[in-house]
Design a protein around this ligand. Sequence first.
Ligand code: GLC
Length: 421
Amino acid sequence: MASRLLALAATLIVAATTANAAELSIAIGDTGKAVAVMRRQLDAFEKASGHTVRVVPMPSSATEQFARYKLWLAAQDSSVDVYVADIIWAPQLATQLLDLTEPAKDIIGEHFPSIVESQTIDGKLVAVPFTTDAPALYYRKDLLKKYKAAVPKTWDELAATAATIMEKERKAKKGNKDLWGFVFEGKDYEGLTCNALEWIVSNGGGRIVETDGTISIDNDKAAAAIDRAKGWVGTIAPPEVLTFGEEEARAVWQQGNALFMRNWPYAYALGNEEGSAIAEKFDVTTLPLGSEGGKPAATLGGWNLAIPKYTRHAEAAIALVKFLASAEQQKVRALESAALPTIRALYKDPEIAATQPFMPRWEGVFTDAVPRPSATTRLKYNEVSTSFWTAVHKTLAGDGTAAANLAALKGQLTAIRGAAW
Ligand code: GLC
């Protein structure tokens, strides 16, 4: 009798949950294994909550993804309930997102305050942390050992080592004829802003727009940093690097055809997967230094979970966001895709450290990382970044010197700023 009652109660509970069950959807960039890992997490959420969730894969380019989100939000679209959103977008999307301060107040204290602050716009928490991001210099241990070369500490050392090993390896009888020295994100999009900011900050050339609003980009050290990078294109880096985003750079690297790569941590997990040509053959270190007066610089990246005002399932969407932000699910992503957690305790997790040995070291890299000027330039950040990466891309492609292009950029940024940011 008791067991029949229990069974009846269980049926009623399931029926009740199903009655409130929402059909949600979540948009996420299709980079590496992000969509597949998300799907597995959603399966777990569906089981626990009774809701169903559809994944809407977005282009891997952050710039293209941003354009889609802007269109949906402008149309007050209600078909996407949760956006996985880049750390730099918060000020630009804030007015169209729900305030998560109240619903997230029991979990937000677990996350790094700096990330929470970046997602708090005029007192409103517009997104809950999903993952943080800080790039690495990937290098091939086997090739550096074979040619008795050290891990480079400066960009000039990197270029010299890359040139030597590339030449020797291409000439060697059993060498790799397709080896390049260095791959990075050189396409005209947000990823180039990240790379170029690193070249410039590490050369003492400022942060494009400083935190007090000053436009600082038109200076000799910044120009020298971009000219230096121009020298890599077609020499140590393939000419096609000017069309590379993260995934194109990773493709060359993971086929075993690059000595060095600048990329985000997601490439670490993929590089060590079964079937990868470079599994166990590589390691990561911090990005090189430009000159004295510069600092080793990593651009701060990361992704957060936002809910558009136009959702018809706010309650279920909030449950999903809190589930994905939880320590348990961040650990799943750290183990499976080397996604950097936004919860400090996980950097000391022994299982994560064993599976992704670089990760405990990366807490420091992430906390020292340089933010792009999105908090300063607020609604104008996308225009600022577009003008910046365009000037850099032109220079890399040989269309004008860095000095001339940065001087023109200063004029453009001044016009974009107008009276104030
Ligand atoms: C990474 C970063 C993100 C950045 C993007 C640029 O995904 O996490 O913040 O905007 O790369 O390509």
